[in-house]
Design a protein around this ligand. Structure first.
Ligand code: GLP
Length: 237
């Protein structure tokens, strides 16, 4: 594991974007595994800037996102599809038809999960998976559990996650209580994994996840077993 600590969110974002940019440059038709949340916003800004300066070309890139809320369609400004369009896809030359986010409106979430995993496999797997981390150690929406769930699956969000994510919604009641998330298999099979986190409030969970025992009660701890993991943490907001 390459665990890097930096002093500012700006530095974190620049480093994360450089790593992703190096993958896109070396393999123009790569598959990027992308994440939502506030942590990657600066990374997406940096990638956009590189694209605007002509340093990066997304025209042959495919992307697969980690997760989506159940019950929100892509036009809903709280959906993760909307987030990705708004914060990255609309700002660079990626072909939107090759950007994939689990379908939060799927009538059969189990079938949707299966199809999502098969699709990732058919794409040849993920070249680099970007991740944030929840305060309870969740990655994607893989919540603390009694086992690591391999497949893309439906989850009941934990109270603490609903609480944490309510800051993006008008009220707590509006936060969906379920989501579809990529499971541990596609994440762990990604050729490279990059996890970014910032803020003193994440310090404790970062220590547990990367320097504590590997346990499904701290989902991110499984990443300690990944052969090509980079973690970038900045204690400052
Ligand atoms: C959500 C997302 C995760 C993300 C987490 C942390 O729950 N599903 O993918 O890592 O929030 O978000 P933030 O980066 O805003 O702290």
């Amino acid at each position: 594991m390459n665990y890097i600590t930096v002093n500012s969110y700006k530095e974190l974002s620049a480093k994360a974007a450089q790593l992703i940019a190096s993958v896109v440059t070396l393999k123009p038709d790569c598959v990027l595994g992308l994440a939502t949340g506030s942590s990657p916003l600066g990374t997406y800004d940096c990638l956009t800037e590189m694209y605007e300066k002509g340093m990066l070309d997304f025209s042959r890139v495919t992307s697969v996102n980690l997760d989506e809320y159940v019950g929100l369609d892509g036009d809903n400004d709280q959906s993760y599809r909307y987030f990705m369009n708004h914060n990255l896809f609309n700002r660079v030359n990626i072909d939107k038809a090759r950007t994939f986010v689990p379908n939060g409106l799927a009538a059969d979430p189990e079938a949707e999960g299966k199809a999502y995993d098969e699709h990732i496999k058919a794409l040849g797997g993920i070249d680099i998976q970007l991740l944030g981390i929840g305060l309870d150690g969740h990655i994607g929406f893989n919540e603390p559990d009694s086992r690591f769930v391999p497949e893309t699956h439906l989850v009941d969000l934990h109270e603490s996650t609903i609480e944490a994510n309510s800051r993006f919604f008008a009220s707590r009641e509006e936060v969906p209580t379920k989501a579809i998330t990529m499971g541990m298999m596609s994440i762990m099979q990604a050729r490279r994994v990059l996890l970014i986190a910032n803020g003193a409030k994440k310090k404790e969970i970062m220590e547990k996840a990367f320097f504590g025992p590997i346990t499904p009660e701290v989902p991110a701890s499984i990443l300690q077993l990944h052969p090509d993991l980079t973690v970038i943490y900045c204690e400052n907001e």
